[in-house]
Every structure is written in C-alpha cells, then in structure tokens.
Design a protein around this ligand. Structure first.
Ligand SMILES: Cc1cc2nc3c(=O)[nH]c(=O)nc-3n(C[C@H](O)[C@H](O)[C@H](O)COP(=O)(O)OP(=O)(O)OC[C@H]3O[C@@H](n4cnc5c(N)ncnc54)[C@H](O)[C@@H]3O)c2cc1C
Length: 361
C-alpha cells in the first residue's frame, strides 16, 4: 500500500540517497546531506525548501520502513534545525546554517538526563549567567548523534550569579565552543552505548564543564526552554508516528511474503481464515495510526504546534508498531526468529519507538 504523496522529484532524490545507506548512520546521514535531503527543512532564505511537516511525515514513513536507526539520526538533526529556525536570532541562523550547508555538519538535541528523563523542568544542567553570556555545567544522556554532531541544542536551568533560578532555557552550543572564548574544549562525549537495537545510530552521554555560551546563542528568551521543547517535540512525535507506521507496514510485507509461500494442505497459509482475519485486524490498526499521524502533521502545519494531536499519534502508532512487528515475527515462523531475517533487527529496533518522547510533555 503506497502512503507517499511527495512530489516525484523529492521522492526520487530521497530514494537515491537511501540507496547509499551504509551500516553506519554517520555515513548514511552524510549521504542524505550530499543529496540535499537534510536541507529540505531549512528556511527558504537558507537554500532550504521549508518542506511541510506533512512532507516530513512521508520521509519519516520511508525511513521507518528502511532504517529505524537512520530515522532516529534524521529526527535528532531535524529537532536542532527546528529549534534554530524558530528561535535563533538572524545572525546566529546565518552563521550556523551556512556552516551546516557548507561543511555538511549535523545537529544533536540534548534534553534528557540520566536521573531526570524527559522531565526537563527538573534538569540539573546549569547555565550561570554573566554580563555577556553563560557558563554551562552538567551532563546529558542518551543523546543521538552526539559523537558526530557539530551543533548542539542544550536545555539548562538558568541561574544568576547569586544562584537564583531564572527558569529553563535553550541554547545553541557549537561543539567546538572553545573557539569562541579562549578556553579549553570542555565538552566531552562519554558512554557510547550498545543498545538492544538501532546500533547503527550513535547514542551517548555528553558532559559540559564551564562551557562558555555568548548571550546571542540563547534561543528565544530567558526561561523559554519548556515552550521551545514542547514545539520541537510535538513535530518529532508526529514523525515518530509516521516511522512507526513504516516499520509496521514493512513487517506486514515480510509476514505476507512468508505466508504466501508457505503451503499447508495445498493452500498458502495467507488464505487461512484465522490468518486473514489477524492480518485484517493489523491493517485496521495501521490505518488508524496513519490517520492520527496525518492529522497531527496537518495541525502542526496549520498552527505551528500540535501537542495533543502529536501525543495521541505517537502513543497509538508506537504501541501499534511494537505489537505489529512482534505479531508479524510470529507469522514468519521460525524463519523470522533467525538473525539473518530482516524482521529480527526490526523487532529490536522498533521497541525504542515507545520509549522516546513519552505521552505527556
Ligand atoms: C535510542 C535512543 C535515542 C535517544 N535520543 C535522544 C536524544 O537525541 N536526545 C534526548 O534528549 N534524549 C534522547 N533519548 C532519551 C529519551 O528521550 C528518553 O529515554 C525518554 O525521554 C524517557 O526518559 P528515561 O529513559 O529516563 O525514562 P524514565 O524517565 O525512567 O521513564 C520510564 C518510562 O516511563 C515513561 N515516561 C516517562 N515520563 C513520562 C510521562 N511524563 N508521561 C508518560 N510516560 C512517561 C517513559 O517513556 C518510559 O517508558 C533517547 C533514548 C533512546 C533509547
């Protein structure tokens, strides 16, 4: 079943880039960058196409079908672009997006902390305000792309010189931030994780020690962090919904392929009424997830935020995908349980979809 209605040209470039996907996401991301795909979301004033969230849904669907690892890397990068496009001043946007296009660099989005999870209001990372900027101290964890990223969006509790709290703020932090104020590089990547699945994408922790951030790198106003997070994450949740539908669709394709070729008493298994009814039930669930996802993307495109719609789409689609991939693995029989079968890695990769970006934000 085709879900794609991207213009043919966009679709062709994207599919060409996907053909070059290597096992390693940094290579695949660079392939997407070279094909121009990672610039499509940029504002038109920075050579981007400013594609809609609805179009991103189609890209995410394709990535969910092809490589959930690459989907994670793609969305982490997109979160950074969204934060910068919407909340940075013009000078910062110009500087960063020119670098992004020229050097084919990558973004990471640093929100989660080990003992804080998604509850960013309780962040323990601190940005201490001075006359012309901030000093950043703390640690973030489980950050996608962090080992390869040049551009970091970091959420931190801002405090004044006396330690009084000024709310959670969002900052743009260049990886080589020491270049901006003669201090040693005090950003270090730690704990590169081996995960249950999606091991082609990079996930690790990062620590900041007295990292200097000039005032112009503050996104929005002081204390706008949670608002910025909510807007960026509501788009990403929508895309997770789309990737979940992609993963579920490809799992059904694997199952159908197996059930068509497995002949029992002269009939393919796919013709057995209980199997056909199981596949119908799965199709209804996938279709419902797709409709919720499309609805969320249209809300974001219309209103610039879609907290409720994207949360519903992500919640429903991610749970549906985890269940569907597991059911389809079962329908592939013992063959599906073999490491060599593509549904085995899809099974491990898809479980991540329901953990990231929880329901309530
Ligand atoms: C592969 C991978 C890549 C990731 N990439 C990034 C990244 O690029 N940037 C980043 O900042 N973080 C990233 N994360 C972290 C991810 O956002 C967190 O795992 C998630 O927010 C949950 O936090 P936690 O793991 O600490 O779970 P916990 O806070 O311990 O939560 C436990 C469970 O409760 C659920 N839960 C937590 N809070 C709520 C809530 N308010 N409402 C409903 N359910 C809730 C969680 O979804 C989880 O299932 C990544 C995680 C993974 C696994």
């Amino acid at each position: 079943m085709s879900r794609i209605d991207l213009s043919k040209e966009l679709n062709k470039n994207f599919l060409q880039a996907l053909e070059n996907i290597d096992a390693n996401c940094s290579v695949a991301l660079s392939s997407l960058h070279k094909a121009g795909v990672l610039s499509w979301a940029l504002p038109s004033s920075y050579q981007g196409l400013e594609i809609s969230t609805r179009d991103m849904v189609d890209l995410s669907y394709l990535l969910g079908r092809t490589s959930p690892s690459l989907f994670s890397s793609y969305t982490a990068n997109l979160l950074g672009i969204t934060a910068l496009s919407r909340f940075a001043n013009e000078r910062l946007k110009k500087e960063v997006f020119e670098n992004y296009l020229r050097n084919k660099t990558i973004f990471a989005f640093c929100m989660t902390e080990k003992n804080v999870g998604f509850d960013v209001a309780s962040t323990t990372t601190l940005a201490r305000q001075t006359a012309d900027g901030f000093y950043l101290n703390g640690q973030k964890d489980y950050i996608t792309n962090i080992s390869i990223a040049e551009h970091l969006i970091v959420f931190a509790k801002t405090i004044d010189s006396q330690g009084a709290e000024l709310g959670v703020s969002a900052f743009y932090v260049p990886r080589r931030s020491h270049l901006s104020k003669n201090t040693p590089d005090s950003i270090s990547v730690m704990n590169e994780y081996e995960k249950l699945g999606q091991n082609h994408s990079n996930t690790a922790g990062v620590s900041f020690s007295e990292v200097w951030i000039p005032t112009e790198n503050l996104l929005g106003n002081l204390g706008d962090g949670l608002k910025i997070l909510s807007i960026c994450v509501s788009r990403t949740k929508t895309l997770i919904g789309a990737a979940a539908v992609g993963a579920a669709d490809i799992a059904v394709d694997y199952a159908c392929k197996h059930l068509e070729k497995r002949i029992i008493k002269g009939k393919p298994l796919i013709k057995k009424p209980d199997i056909a009814s199981c596949l119908s039930e799965i199709s209804i669930q996938i279709e419902a997830a797709w409709l919720l996802t499309k609805q969320a993307s249209e809300t974001w495109d219309r209103e610039g935020i879609a907290v409720k719609d994207s949360s519903m789409a992500k919640y429903f689609a991610a749970k549906m995908a985890v269940r569907t991939v597991s059911d389809c693995l079962e329908l592939c029989g013992a063959e599906g349980y073999l490491e060599t079968h593509p549904i085995a890695s899809l099974y491990r990769a898809s479980s991540e979809l329901s953990i990231i970006s929880p329901l309530i934000s």
